[in-house]
Design a protein around this ligand. Sequence first.
Ligand code: NAD
Length: 613
Amino acid sequence: MLPEYFEFSLPTKLIYGIGIIGNISDTVKPFGKRKAILVTDEILVETGLVDKVKAGFKKTPIKIAGTFDQVPPNSTIDTVENCAAMAKQKGCDMVIGVGGGSVIDTAKVANLLMVKGGALKDHMGAYLLSSDDRLLPSILIPTTAGTGSEVTKVAVIADPENDVKLPFAEEQFLPQLAILDPALTTSLPGKLTAATGMDALTHAIEAYVDKEWSPASDALALHAVALISGNILQACAKPDDLEARGAMLAGSFLAGVAFSHSMVGMTHGIAHALGGVYHIPHGLANALILPEVMAYNLEAKVDRYADIAFAMGISYPQVIHHGRSLLHSNRLDLPTKLANLSGVDSLKEYINTGSHRARGMLASAIGSFGFIDAWVRKQAAVAAVEKVHTLNRQLAHLTGIPLNLKDAGVSDGLEKIEQVATTAMEDGSMLYNPVEPERDAVIAIIRKAYHTKAKPLPVSRDELRPRTSRREDKQITEVFKDSEMLYDILINFYELLKAHPEIGPKLAQSDLCVQFRYKNPTGIITIDAAGDDIKILKGEYDGSPEVTLTMNADFAHRFWHGKANLVTALTRRQVAAKGNVPRTIKLLPILKPSYDLYPKFLTEKGLGNLVLR
Ligand code: NAD
């Protein structure tokens, strides 16, 4: 089934890579010469992350003309206005945001204010800009995983005078470029990793069950659920694990795109109100409210929560999950009848008190009979709620995040609960919740999240994996001092390949003429194996090579070490290829032995210092 209408767009280009911030020159070229305001906060300056980002931009035509580092968590109207004023005063024509959601939202709304002027409140609302309104070009670089704000059309700014958070939504908030570098998130402390990660999980789950779901947001949301739920414990337990950090960033981005299309729901409505009235950090408020709202929505969205359970790794019968069950094919109508049997009822009651694992196992066993589909899916859906509770408790064990609103900072015995409920009921997110949120239910959920006596839960070893090694950041760059050195090394090396007893004959058989055009320093070398002999030619070549590969000379150096993948490099536009590319790629297996030869060749030439380890 599809919704009657849906749309999807993501004008933002996004790049991902460990340490990629040091290698953005080519990617940012289309921006040309710019004077940018860099929006960030003091902590990120202190951690040295801002310097890392600035170093990345040093090699580009984008000049950082000013740094606004006064963004507090849950940024405010004053902050945005001060940021826009500074950017104007410095004559900036570009915005770069480096930080968590508070920074990125500030960057987005300050951009709007710089272009449109006036007071911030004049711009509050959704889609007030017309399609030909342009904001300044922007690059957003998240350091939490996260809000996904780098790919969302929304921004949230606090209005401390009125204890509310103001929503802004504009298509133009989407940046031209988002940069995801897991290395920029390893300094995020455990509690923040947990809370911001649960924020991302909330985005994914709410995007999947919301009224405005679409096939596009569904696909993104479910994969986000898998990435986040599968890596959040690891990221908290092993903060330096770049694989886990990367998976969290990717999950947060996917969840951001998903909810930017299908919107969020009641969890967010309540969390925004708790943020506005009690200043509870956004991610933490979401973490505590999410399982309660899932339970509230459950009956209306059993199938969708069952899908979420599956994405979170809770197994239940695959034969049913893939829609081949007797129930789904309408051949049997047993489940409802079975569900009414007293024996099953007492069984259900027994399972309802068990852990999500026990439930999954039992559901598997019973489901293999293949005829109580609805009941099995319901157990899986309930298991999804339990899994979120469990994750919160495990995160509390790993990082010390609070498990109830009292410990999270509500210190007045919930005196302002009516105000929170009123604010929540007026929040735009409530419109998208699959079940109409009732005020009494909102109050009951807040009370439950305040009073719960949940305890931290140790994480078993099998839920974590060994830390993946920190990838070597160190790279030798600008290997070839000048064209002469490039020719001396590469031409001699290609001659060696030609004479090699294994590689030479296979190259000759390839019948291929490949030209390499190097940059930094420049050089042109053609390997012509089209005739009887293989010719290695220096400089312009007057024939027509079957393939021309243009690349940085440093890339060639990495390639001949076997450390650069040509196919990936083509995707990343690190290599431009003209001609019959597939035929060239088929040559790659022939070249494999050369990856050992190149370092040896360099060492024998007295250039061991250039060998990549
Ligand atoms: P945050 O931006 O408020 O940051 C929390 C703290 O983490 C800050 O003190 C910050 O300095 C620190 N921090 C961030 N990255 C760090 C790093 N790598 N190392 C060390 N410290 C680091 O937290 P957040 O959860 O990312 O953002 C919350 C804000 O985002 C809220 O205002 C929320 O309403 C908003 N939000 C926006 C969207 C959206 O789509 N625009 C979505 C969800 C939430």
